[in-house]
Design a protein around this ligand. Structure first.
Ligand code: GAL
Length: 363
């Protein structure tokens, strides 16, 4: 049964699609194309693994979403990288102006390998809602150094190969000194976990991902067809452990929303700014502010949520929505969505809890 049309955002309330079914698009992102928003996300069931695929919904008002089905389907072929039972997270879709194709990148963990593969999956479609055709998975930037590589990192190339095959934590660990993961992965390609895509005003696209066992973010330029990395890339915040990156551009500067690395548990959100996309990036602290809402965790724990995307509202310059997930790993189907407006000041942005809000906050 169709639910009553929504006229507001109700953060972390059950959000039903046109059929009255909870929206199943976690770790998602939104593409705008020809007057329509497309929300892509992980179709979650009981566990961490992906049995179904990437779900897509469409909307013209951002409040009400129509189920458009599975944009990218997992396959039964055990030889495929996207065989049912792999882990597929944080899918994002952009359109290449040079080819007109819709390009989806996502974090992929190969079936049966836990979270060690740390690969990027790539799929394309001729129509925004798909169906998407899986092309390949890869470790980005193999055989290239970042723009800000140091002599020490380069010189440690052979020594760092000894780190291959050792298990690491994926989050800060007091007993471990800094390791040259960058050089360790020079030949095989860099680890790519939590990720986002960002398209600049000039159409240049960037793939931003947690790399080096999550110790650093990498920002890597994509070719005009958005199907390959150009080899022009940089490391951001080395040994500062960021996850869940999301980017936008406002007032000529680049802004980032991200999280710390605490798995499914909420932590304090993080924000950063840069004048140039290749940096330097400057951390600005937790953008979440204001009172703790009733029945929810407070701004110090991102209201119980973790960032996934910054959504530019079309036709309203300067209006951006911070999209977060509330993870419920004990029952992933009940994981929810927190969308809140971003307020920009001259030197930072803030995000305040609202029980209910609509786009008029941007007026
Ligand atoms: C989170 C990450 C999620 C998922 C989870 C698994 O930190 O942001 O996308 O990978 O870890 O534990």
């Amino acid at each position: 049964m169709s639910p009553t049309p929504r006229t507001q955002f109700l953060p972390d309330e059950p959000w039903l699609d046109n059929n009255g079914v909870p929206i199943n698009a976690h770790g998602g992102g939104v593409l705008f194309h020809e007057g329509v928003y497309y929300w892509f996300g992980e179709h979650k069931e009981d566990g961490d693994t992906c049995e179904v695929g990437v779900h897509v919904y469409s909307s013209t008002d951002l409040y009400n979403w129509t189920d458009r089905g599975i944009a990218l389907e997992m396959v039964d072929d055990p030889a495929s990288d996207i065989t049912r039972g792999c882990i597929l997270e944080r899918p994002k879709v952009i359109r290449s102006a040079s080819t007109g194709q819709f390009v989806m990148w996502f974090h992929l963990e190969l079936k049966g390998h836990g979270r060690k593969a740390a690969r990027s999956g790539l799929a394309v479609a001729e129509h925004p809602a798909g169906p998407y055709r899986f092309l390949r998975s890869l470790r980005p930037d193999a055989g290239t150094w970042p723009l800000n590589v140091t002599a020490e990192q380069r010189d440690g190339l052979e020594e760092a190969q000894k780190l291959l095959g050792t298990a690491f934590w994926g989050s800060p660990h007091p007993d471990r000194a800094r390791m040259n993961f960058l050089a360790r992965d020079f030949y095989g390609g860099q680890m790519a976990k939590d990720m986002t895509l960002f398209v600049d005003d000039d159409g240049t696209a960037y793939h931003v991902f947690s790399s080096e066992e999550n110790a650093a973010l990498h920002l890597s330029q994509l070719a005009p067809d958005h199907l390959t990395h150009t080899g022009r890339w940089t490391r951001i915040f080395e040994y500062l452990w960021h996850e869940a990156p999301a980017l936008c551009k406002h007032a000529g500067r680049y802004w980032m929303l991200s999280s710390h690395c605490t798995g499914w548990n909420p932590n304090a959100a993080r924000s950063a700014v840069a004048d140039s996309i290749f940096g330097p990036w400057r951390e600005l602290g937790n953008p979440c502010v204001g009172p703790t809402p009733r029945h929810r965790l407070g701004p110090d724990l991102t209201f119980g949520a973790q960032s996934t995307f910054i959504l530019p509202v079309q036709g309203r310059p300067g209006a951006f929505i911070a999209m977060f997930d509330t993870w419920r790993p004990e029952d992933h189907c009940r994981s929810g969505y927190v969308w809140l407006p971003i307020v920009f000041g001259p030197d930072r942005f803030t995000i305040t809890w609202h029980d209910a809000w609509d786009l008029s906050v941007f007026d």
